[in-house]
Design a protein around this ligand. Structure first.
Ligand SMILES: [Zn+2]
Length: 232
């Protein structure tokens, strides 16, 4: 058997462990919790900023409302001071404007109250979620670390077997293999039996490439980068 092919068949055991680790549910939960925790402080700060803004507006509008209400009280006694119809009409108009403005302010103030309540709720929800995520991150992190540790011995054993094979493999072919392995490509190596196309991606293999293959023993597929070897 071509040595690099034997190497790959052992490496496949290592790859299977890596896939098992990467598919581990606790690992995924930990990553999700971390992602949430990485952004939650920004979200909380944004809510804080909004709450302060609404609080300021609320204070300002309630103060204006209070002042205008006082002015309105003064209007109650003012009519007897005026005699002319024009004057009275003018004052009536002003009084109505004041009533309208007070209504408008009241609406605004009620709206702000609702906004402040809603922000408080959002803030509390986010705080609860944060605590849950912190707990999740810790728990799944611990479980995943244990799971990973349970695989370490098997991984080491495979590494030892791989290392032992390396001295029998053409260094250039091994280096090509390792580059692809680092790029998370797998399987990397395919036997080429002269079918005229790459066994992995089905791209045509030219006559020139075929002749290179019979000379050097391996070629690389132009399209998918897989290593093709000639088992003769
Ligand atoms: Zn290919």
């Amino acid at each position: 058997m071509y040595k690099l092919a034997e190497y790959q068949s052992i490496d496949a055991e290592l790859k299977a462990i890596e896939q098992e680790l990467s598919a581990n549910e606790d690992r995924k939960k930990g990553i999700a919790a971390k992602k949430f925790l990485d952004t939650v402080n920004d979200s909380l700060a944004e809510l804080d900023r909004k709450a302060a803004e609404f609080d300021n507006a609320y204070t300002k509008y309630t103060e204006t409302f209070r002042k205008l209400s006082e002015t309105q009280k003064e209007f109650d006694n003012v009519f007897e001071e005026y005699s002319g119809e024009d004057e009275i009409n003018f004052v009536k108009k002003k009084a109505q404007e004041l009533v309208d403005e007070l209504k408008r302010l009241e609406k605004l103030i009620n709206h702000l109250k609702e906004e402040i309540l809603s922000i408080t709720e959002q803030y509390n929800t986010l705080k609860k979620k944060t605590m849950a995520a912190q707990k999740q991150f810790k728990e799944s992190g611990q479980k995943y670390t244990e799971f990973k540790a349970s695989k370490a011995k098997a991984q080491e054993e495979i590494q030892v077997r791989l290392k032992a094979l390396e001295k029998d493999i053409d260094p250039q072919a091994l280096s090509l293999y390792k580059q692809r392995r680092a790029d998370k490509i797998f399987p990397i190596l395919y036997e080429y039996a002269g079918a005229g196309f790459c066994p992995h991606c089905r791209t045509e293999i030219s006559k020139l490439a075929e002749s290179n293959l019979s000379k050097s023993g391996i070629i690389v597929c132009d399209n998918c980068g897989r290593i093709l070897y000639n088992n003769k």
